[in-house]
Structures are given as C-alpha cells and as structure tokens.
Design a protein around this ligand. Structure first.
Ligand code: SF4
Ligand code: MG
Length: 338
C-alpha cells in the first residue's frame, strides 16, 4: 500500500484578541502538531469530542484554512504550498462530505442541477454524456434516476446524504473526507450509508478519512483509528488494536461510552471529571491531566510523547501517556448503568 496522504507537524492556530482589556492576543490551538499517514484504499478515522480539532484537521488538509505550520502531502503534492490554481485542479481528487447534506445542497437546485454543476466545474464528462453519467451516479448510491429532477427537501435525511455522496463521487476523487457524515442519521440509516460507503470503496478504490465523535460508528469501517484530545493525537493505531487493547485513559473512556447492545449487560461507562478545557487555555504537561483518573503531579509537568507501548514493539500502535504500561483500568469506579 502506498501513502496517499501524509500529514506532518500540522498546526492550526487561530489568534484571538484577549478579553475586555483588548490587546493581549491568545492563540486557540485547534490543532497542535499532529502527524499521520493514510494509505491508498484505507479508511482512517479521527475520533474525539467536539473541540478536539478533528474537523479543523479535515479543513486544514483541504486548505479551507491555511495551516499555521506543518505539511500536508497528498499524492506527492504539498497542499500547504501549492498555488490557488493547482489547488482548484486538485479539488476533484479530494472531496468532503459533511454531517448535514441539507446545508451543503442548494435547496433551489434539483439533484440534476447540483450534480451537473459539480461535473461541469471539473469537466468530468462532455455535456452530451452528462445525463448517462448522472443516472449512473444515482444508481450507484441507490437513488432512482427518475428522481433526478426533485429538490433536496423532497428526500429523507439518508437519501440526501446519498446525494451528497453522489456529488462527491461525481468528480472521481481519490480521497473523501467524511466529516460526521452519518452522525445526524438514525442508527439503521447510519448502517445503510456506512455499508454504501464501504461498497463504493471496494468498487472504486477510494480512500476515506472519517471524522467522528463516536468510536462505535467507525468501528466496522476503519482500518486505523486516530484519537484526538484538545488538538493533539493521544492514541493511534490499527483499529483492532484500539478496540481490543486501548492504552490511553481517554480512549478507554470513549470506548466505555459506546452503548452496550445487550440491556442485561451492565454499562461500564467511565465518567470523566469536568468538561473539555478551552483550547485557548490548554493544561500544562499532559493535556488530559485535568480529567484523567490516573493523573499524577508529573503528568501536569511533562508532556507525554506518542510512543509504542513497551511490550508491543511489533504492533502498529502508539499512545501518549506516561503510565500506559502500569495503568490498571480495573481499579476505576464505573458509573452505574448510564
Ligand atoms: Fe493520565 Fe498522566 Fe497518562 Fe496523561 S500522562 S493520560 S494525565 S496518566
Ligand atoms: Mg466537528
């Protein structure tokens, strides 16, 4: 597998003018020095609570925002330095699907118009072949071609997401970033859309970067998982490793929050203290120390680096916790059936 996307040392800071007295400038460190790779044909998921920087990471890769520092290499091209013109040409190779397709589909355009617009901008097929191509795309995502002249509001949420997917596919991308693409959908519809995305991946050799707040949603589609907390990667590795052998207390807490399908089995949800701190005021040392049940004074002083756990050198898995080899999760108090 060759590397399609390589993100190195990516930082995305947003300057904020300070308080009532003005003048003082703080940076919101939305993404703070993250590195990862996505291989061709893979699905990599970035997971974390809102404010962890996962969406900003997606937007920085697409250069909706120019990164403060770092590099994004896509298929051999450095996206952080290419000209606007080159970037526009690359747009067909990199697509994004949003959580709310309704907000990103023009309500005054029919499905046909929406897709023709995308097809024409990138000159995917000659005008005379547009209709055949349109029908082909709609069939691919499970929308009846006879519905091509309807408006977005005439479709259900799941169907609208299928239209969003058809639009992304219409320009023949290599990489699709799915930003909470199924989060707003009912569980059964979620599964259908995820299955569709999987099928399309197999058939078209697509690569996905999935952005989600819920580990449960990405479980069955991810090859690799990246867990973010307050702008940093706290754990990353093969999906199976993350689910079967989590090392970071934050990952463990996220895993414990996945609903248990069997109502007789007691939920063992780990309750974290407090809320996610503001990215304007990130805690010293390990950023998770204000909420971590295992934090020591040392954790507040020293930033833990991402590293392979001592006993697993051969596995594709890294985490950033000083004590990951020693932590005994069974010592935690679990909440009573949340
Ligand atoms: Fe918790 Fe300390 Fe590990 Fe951070 S380094 S996750 S605070 S034990
Ligand atoms: Mg988001």
């Amino acid at each position: 597998h060759s590397t399609l996307l390589k993100v190195s040392g990516l930082k995305q800071y947003f300057p904020i003018k300070g308080g009532f007295f003005g003048g003082k400038v703080n940076d919101v460190k939305a993404v703070d020095d993250i590195s990862f790779e996505v291989n061709e044909g893979e699905t990599v998921s970035i997971v974390g609570e809102s404010g962890c920087g996962k969406s900003t990471t997606g937007r920085s890769i697409l250069r909706f925002e120019t990164p403060t520092a770092g590099e994004v290499i896509f298929d051999g091209t450095n996206l952080t330095t290419v000209s606007k013109k080159e970037l526009k040409q690359l747009r067909s190779e990199l697509q994004i699907i949003f959580q709310d397709p309704y907000a990103s589909l023009n309500p005054r355009q029919t499905v046909r118009q929406i897709l023709y617009e995308a097809i024409d901008i990138q000159k995917v097929v000659p005008k005379g072949e547009r209709e055949d191509y349109l029908f082909e795309l709609l069939e691919l995502v499970g929308i009846q071609p006879s519905q091509a002249d309807r408006f977005p509001h005439e479709f259900s949420g799941g169907q609208r997401q299928r239209i969003g997917i058809a639009r992304a596919l219409s320009v023949k991308p290599k990489l699709i970033i799915c930003d909470e693409a199924v989060s707003a959908l009912d569980v059964s519809i979620q599964a259908q859309v995820l299955n569709l995305l999987k099928k399309l991946q197999r058939e078209m050799g697509l690569t996905y970067l999935f952005i989600a707040h819920d580990l449960g949603v990405v479980r069955h589609i991810s090859d690799k998982i990246i867990v973010m907390y307050l702008g940093k990667i706290v754990e990353m590795g093969d999906s199976e490793e993350i689910f079967e052998n989590p090392q970071h207390p934050y990952t463990k807490a996220l895993l414990s929050a996945i609903p248990v399908p069997n109502p007789k089995k007691k939920s063992q949800r780990i309750l974290l203290k407090g809320d996610v701190p503001s990215p304007m005021n990130v805690p010293s040392g390990c950023r998770f120390h204000t909420r971590c049940p295992f934090a020591t004074e040392y954790c507040a002083k020293k930033v833990p680096e991402l590293r392979t756990p001592n006993d697993q050198e051969t596995v594709n898995h890294v985490a950033a916790c000083h004590y990951m080899e020693e932590i005994d999760f069974s010592s935690l108090e679990y909440s009573k059936n949340v």
